[in-house]
Design a protein around this ligand. Sequence first.
Ligand code: ZN
Length: 287
Amino acid sequence: MQAELLLDARATLGEGPAWDAKTQTLFWVDILGKRIHSFKDSRDDFLQLDEFVGCVALRRDGGLIAALHASFVTLELVAGQQTFLASVSEPASNRFNDGKCDPAGRLLAGTMDMNEKYPSGNLYSLEADKPPRKLLDGIRISNGLAWSPDYKTFYYIDTPTRQVRAFDYDMDTGNISNPRVAVEVPASMGWPDGMTSDLEGRLWIALWGGSRVSRWNPATGRLEAEVAVPALQTSSCVFGGPRRDILYVTSARVGMDTSALEKYPLSGGVFQIQTQTEGMPTFEFAG
Ligand code: ZN
């Protein structure tokens, strides 16, 4: 497997890729650049927002839902029209980071201290027409989320722990329980950031500072494959394409000095990897 450059985006903090199977469009965000991007047929468009955007998801009824600095909004991408849904009560130095929808159509999104000092982050679950519900607290950098193919297990990354935790997931209630460590990422590989899963139940994890994505078996905790990506801060990944076997990978330029940027000039780009596996679909918000 090899990573190819799809888009030389030079994003400050490219993140949160989501695949729209209906229109074969890749959505992704530049959190610090305050942009929601859509990539289709070799063309990238973006919507410029006036605040940070942690993640974006598709809505079943059309349009998008996004977690901004500390609120959830729906968005019409073409008109750029925003509708406020709900806010969360967080310290001013916190903002939303990674998030995605569960198979039942809830949006799970977490927050982080932008100074990366305090474990003041939380993980929320937003169900249509209900207030956001807190699932976890004490989080440092809320990141990767994924579900097993039978939807019974939820995987979650708080990046500084270098661990993927697994929880039992109740699809009827959205409750999580029985936390345990599924994967421990060695320091030599970088920091576990965004994550997705495939139909064989394996986890694909982007490694921040590790210039690669990696495939793990959460049942054994073992690393099964690594793919080098020519960007240092590899941030997240999602499966897409007509057969949902292409892994799309985002990356970032933030925090890199001149010599690191000279070594990794494509940092901030979006990459694609042709895999031998079919990925889990991107789920949509039920509202
Ligand atoms: Zn991330």
